[in-house]
Ligand binder design. Structure first.
Ligand SMILES: Nc1ncnc2c1ncn2[C@@H]1O[C@H](COP(=O)(O)OP(=O)(O)OP(=O)(O)O)[C@@H](O)[C@H]1O
Ligand SMILES: [Mg+2]
Length: 309
């Protein structure tokens, strides 16, 4: 890990998100990576840790979580992510996180085992006591960490279902001498995660923002255009990567027509639109169906009686 702490750029694994094509160079996150490295060193040495990585959409939270996952190849890693369309489904995210450890359920004290078993639909029973569910998750993770230190990575925590958020916050507050590191990433953490240690992710420093922008512009880039993009994106990684796609070669090379251009958020939207428009008709239709079925799913679950999820 000493090597990680010393370098200011790292290579991230490909994958994770569809918009991350191939491996990505993580720029300008030395301080953030060092903080994450210290937490990883701690969990390797047997002490627990908790951190909420917080920042606006596209700023680079998931990229930092990917950095942790890649750096933790010698540890156990379990992942979960809040899903906007599953926010009404009690314990949905918790189930993602605990699934790999469920073979250990039998080692938990009876009441905890029953609470978690009922929460995950493994056994019949009335809605479980939330306190017992929290305790059960704590026991399960500690049990798993007894074998090898454990890193729990929870992305998009702003979309966690309430029951999962409560249980995970309960666990995060009670980890003691367990070799468990719990990392959340959230745009705006909900009330449950309030008060936990935070790493606020800001936009990239100007020099790094310029480099990231340069990495996606193939042809010449006018200095005024560069300055405007860097200033208006405020170092937001996604905006820096997406914006040039929405500008023509002429705009990039000479700033032609840029003064009358839309504000940048509108430009990013336009850039996505243009990419969608260039897709074959069948693919566009599929996107529309996927979008509609997502809203329908949300309405369907939203219409179910409270507690039935
Ligand atoms: N430091 C960085 N250097 C280079 N690329 C980066 C960096 N941070 C993020 N990126 C890239 O920028 C894009 C957006 O980053 P990311 O997905 O991590 O944002 P996010 O904060 O998780 O956004 P959201 O809130 O929407 O989940 C991704 O393509 C990612 O690979
Ligand atoms: Mg993300």
């Amino acid at each position: 890990m000493a090597g990680h702490a010393a370098r200011d750029t790292v290579l991230l694994m490909a994958g994770g998100r569809a918009d991350r094509g191939g491996s990505t160079t993580l720029r300008g996150r030395r301080g953030e990576c060092e903080r994450l490295d210290r937490l990883l060193a701690g969990v390797r040495a047997g002490s627990s840790g908790v951190l909420v990585v917080r920042g606006e959409a596209g700023v680079g939270k998931s990229a930092l979580l990917d950095y942790v996952v890649e750096s933790a190849a010698d540890l156990q890693v379990v992942r979960a992510a809040g899903v906007e369309s599953e926010m009404e489904l009690a314990f949905a995210a918790l189930h993602q996180l605990c699934a790999p450890a469920l073979d250990r359920l039998g080692r938990l004290p009876g009441p905890q085992r029953d609470a978690l078993g009922t929460a995950f639909g493994l056994q019949a029973g009335a809605a479980p006591d939330r306190f017992l569910v929290g305790l059960a998750v704590l026991s399960l993770l500690s049990e798993a960490a007894g074998e090898r230190p454990l890193v729990c990575v929870i992305d998009d925590a702003q979309w966690l279902d309430k029951a999962s958020a409560q249980a995970l916050a309960f666990v995060a507050r009670r980890l003691a001498a367990d070799a468990v590191l719990v990392l959340f990433a959230a745009r705006e953490p909900g009330a449950d995660l309030c008060g936990l240690p935070e790493l606020v992710v800001e936009g990239l420093p100007e020099a790094d923002a310029r480099e990231l922008l340069a990495s996606v512009v193939r042809g010449p880039l006018d200095e005024r255009v560069r300055q405007r993009i860097v200033a208006e994106t405020r170092g937001n990684a996604l905006a820096l990567l997406e914006l040039p796609r929405g500008l023509s070669q002429a705009e990039l090379a000479a700033g032609f027509g840029l003064a009358e251009a839309l504000p940048l958020p509108g430009r990013i939207e336009q850039s996505f639109l243009r990419r969608v428009e260039s897709l074959p008709a069948e693919t566009r239709l599929l996107l529309v169906v996927a979008r509609l079925s997502r809203s329908a799913t949300r309405r369907w679950y939203g219409a179910r009686p409270a507690g039935s999820g």
